[in-house]
Ligand binder design. Structure first.
Ligand SMILES: Nc1ncnc2c1ncn2[C@@H]1O[C@H](COP(=O)(O)OP(=O)(O)OP(=O)(O)O)[C@@H](O)[C@H]1O
Ligand SMILES: [Mg+2]
Length: 393
């Protein structure tokens, strides 16, 4: 089970206790971090940050250098202490954990990938990856098994006994990811993991994380970058930070349709929408799905009520079984819709596909297209108009 996160009124100030007190007062009086620095000498790295991250969300924080991104993500596992405010993870206020509880939380529930790899250069790949399990005191055989699994997951099979300094930047990043996955964290914190990589390798790593997310267990991911293209390519939702504050939070569509101010407009100006836009960023919520045991009567009433002429059919695991057309429901003597399910008419697209790759299918169809994840679960619905809207200037 992954976790949800709720951050309330969080401020992080670097300085002495006295400086921190003064700085908090000045924050409340509406002074900017720059003014507060001048008046008190303290650095306000995060200022009144408020937001919620949903379970299973891939949440991206983006902002220029010094905007407070690393401070924020480090505060999520209490490597920094909040000067004020609260952070609740999976319903638990982590600022209230005692030492023992915090140690367990860090070892078992959350993993962090640091901005500069943070690997041990005197250890080989396997020894690096198994390190978190080692400090947990996991028994040797199990530790080995889990570390080897993680190494395979990130595509480094065969490199187990290589030393870190024999690896390229991209491979080191994979080691970092494998190490972060060994304890099967509910929450994965990634601080600019790909910033040091070449564009092509970076794209590979981005895609790999997305497919890992699809195949793997439930996991909430907080991902930091200073690259807006990367942010929109990866994120379900994005928070843009400036001077320690969150300027805007939302989906791709929110940012482009309703930029909060000129700063946001400037920030997104260089984003190449046609290249990065994904199905998952544009799809709508599913409103017309029924289970195969629904009666014909129920289905017809449902379609009447919603003024639609077809419904998706999903099982109890949300797997898309197909579609039932209104005309078929009107012309049957059967009791339930089960026998009417048609799995050929509406071919689904994958939610991680790029829009440019599904545009043709979409153009040629006269209806919305169902969107699934790689396991075949129905995740959304894609309409041609929504895509055109999202691409339009
Ligand atoms: N331990 C610390 N002590 C004092 N000041 C700090 C500390 N950590 C960060 N800061 C300051 O807090 C501010 C925000 O820094 P932070 O590292 O969070 O920014 P960032 O958005 O991650 O930047 P980058 O993109 O360069 O990594 C900066 O002014 C920085 O100098
Ligand atoms: Mg940083």
């Amino acid at each position: 089970m992954s976790v949800d996160i709720k951050v309330e009124n969080l401020s992080v100030v670097f300085g002495t206790v006295k400086q921190q007190e003064e700085a908090l007062k000045l924050i409340d009086e509406g002074f900017s971090p720059e003014e507060i620095k001048k008046k008190t000498g303290a650095t306000v790295a995060n200022k009144n940050v408020n937001f919620e991250i949903e379970k299973n969300e891939l949440f991206v924080i983006v902002g220029l250098s010094g905007s407070g991104k690393s401070t924020f993500i480090r505060t999520l596992n209490l490597l920094n202490k909040p000067t004020r405010g609260s952070i609740s993870i999976g319903g638990q206020d982590i600022t209230k954990l005692n030492k023992e509880e915090l140690r367990n939380f860090r070892r078992k529930e959350v993993s962090m990938i640091f901005q500069h790899f943070g690997l041990f250069s005197h250890r080989n790949v396997l020894e690096n990856v198994q390190y978190p399990l080692e400090i947990q005191g996991v028994e040797k055989d199990l530790m080995h098994k889990k570390a080897l699994e993680a190494i395979e997951t990130v595509g480094l099979k065969g490199w187990e006994y290589s030393m870190i300094n024999e690896l390229s930047g991209g491979m080191r990043q994979r080691v970092g990811l494998a190490r972060a996955l060994t304890n099967d964290p509910k929450l994965l914190l990634m601080d600019e993991p790909y910033s040091a990589l070449d564009p092509l390798i970076r794209r590979d790593m981005q895609n790999e994380l997305l497919s890992l997310e699809e195949q793997g267990d439930d996991r909430t991911i907080v991902f930091i970058t200073h690259d807006m293209n990367e942010a929109f390519r990866m994120g379900d939702r994005i928070a843009l930070m400036k001077d320690g504050e969150v300027v805007q939070i939302g989906t791709f569509t929110d940012f482009f349709k309703h930029p909060a101010n000129d700063y946001v407009r400037d920030f997104i100006a260089d984003v190449d929408r046609s290249r990065i836009l994904k199905v998952r960023s544009v799809m709508k919520k599913v409103k017309n799905a029924l289970s195969p045991s629904a009666s014909i009567e129920e289905a017809l009433e449902f379609m009447e009520h919603k003024e639609i002429d077809s419904v998706y059919v999903t099982d109890d695991k949300n797997m898309l079984l197909g579609v039932v057309l209104k005309e078929d429901a009107l012309n049957t003597k059967n009791k339930t819709i089960k026998t009417l399910i048609n799995d050929k008419t509406y071919q689904p697209v994958l939610r991680n596909s790029y829009i440019k790759d599904v545009l043709k299918d979409l153009k040629e169809s006269d209806h919305d297209i169902p969107v699934t994840d790689s396991k075949g679960r129905l995740r959304g619905v894609l309409g041609y108009d929504d895509v055109i809207d999202a691409l339009a200037e």
